[in-house]
Unconditional design. Structure first.
Length: 180
């Protein structure tokens, strides 16, 4: 399991290269973390460093051009590649914000300390982000919304997230309380 220093050195996946846009080497990105895709940002793509020299479009559909990617063919050649940003170059988060990789692998417990599962991934939904927590007793994973009513406490250093099982309607010993 990664320790705190490994997490500090982590590269954050900012997006993936999508289809080309225009003739100048610009391209759409898919799965963007828009706060990481800023003009002048240093990124890594296919293990090579690059700089964002154009940022257009919207936050939902950003358009980016990288230094050295000067035509449509060069943009198309990158299609599908991951765009990453070193975490130390990422903007500072507020005290109640975390990067997805910091939450993945954290134990999820109820307020009495009973284990509910381990975070597999963070999913961005239209209304909020949710933690996917597979449970041995359930076919479907538990989805924990990242809202104050559901999350009581997050301790990334201890790799532990305390949730309100009553709010989530989850029985720590079984599945959903309302299940028939």
């Amino acid at each position: 399991m990664p320790d705190a220093s490994d997490r500090a050195q982590a590269a954050l996946q900012a997006a993936r290269v999508g289809r080309a846009h225009g003739l100048d080497g610009s391209f759409y990105v898919t799965g963007p973390l828009t706060r990481l895709l800023t003009l002048g940002a240093s990124v890594t793509i296919d293990g090579r460093p690059a700089t964002i020299v154009r940022r257009a479009g919207t936050d939902r559909r950003p358009i980016v051009r990288l230094e050295g990617v000067c035509d449509r063919a060069a943009a198309e050649a990158l299609r599908g590649a991951a765009i990453a940003v070193a975490q130390e170059q990422a903007p500072q988060l507020d005290d109640d914000e975390w990067w997805a990789h910091e939450l993945e692998g954290c134990a999820v417990v109820d307020q009495d300390g009973r284990a509910l599962g381990t975070v597999a991934r963070l999913i961005a939904l239209p209304s909020c982000e949710v933690l996917e927590v597979p449970r041995a007793s359930d076919v479907q994973p538990m989805l924990v919304p990242m809202v104050k009513d559901a999350i009581c406490h997050v301790d990334v250093a201890a790799r532990r997230i305390v949730v309100d099982a009553r709010f989530l309607d989850v029985d720590p010993d079984g599945g959903a309380r309302g299940a028939a």
